[in-house]
Design a protein. Structure first.
Length: 138
């Protein structure tokens, strides 16, 4: 089977290389074509041109599917980063809340000076922190 395909391909390739073909009609009225003209008969020379090379097919229309997948992946990565940042913020808020609830003598740095929070300020901060946790940390 391979030999037949090879022979057919070789035949097709060699006939395409012929510069010209001769055509004539014999005494019985049969039309002949050959690479060499017949001896003693009138033959018409036919110029055979190589067919133009087949252009490569255009790439399949992607209709933006690959671009959409890239955008989707970028959005997913951004969401993951935001979730990680939010989780870190929640952990910080919970730590601050635990410090405010468990330590009545909380100090804060203001302008390079350390000062103690009043009980009212501490309770306000506890409420603010609890509210932030309930809004941000689900």
């Amino acid at each position: 089977m391979r030999w037949m395909i090879f022979a057919a391909a070789l035949t097709i390739a060699s006939t395409g290389q012929a510069a010209s073909v001769y055509k004539w009609v014999d005494a019985q009225g049969v039309t002949h074509f050959d690479a060499q003209p017949p001896t003693g008969q009138q033959a018409q020379q036919i110029n055979v041109q190589q067919p133009p090379p087949v252009a490569a097919p255009p790439p399949p229309a992607d209709d933006g599917a690959a671009q959409q997948r890239a955008i989707d992946q970028k959005v997913k990565n951004q969401i993951k980063m935001q979730e990680a940042k939010r989780a870190g913020n929640c952990e910080t808020l919970r730590t601050n809340l635990a410090q405010l609830q468990n330590n009545p003598r909380v100090r804060e740095q203001v302008g390079g000076e350390s000062r103690r929070l009043t009980e009212e300020t501490r309770k306000t901060r506890i409420e603010e922190t609890e509210r932030a946790i309930s809004e941000l940390c689900r």
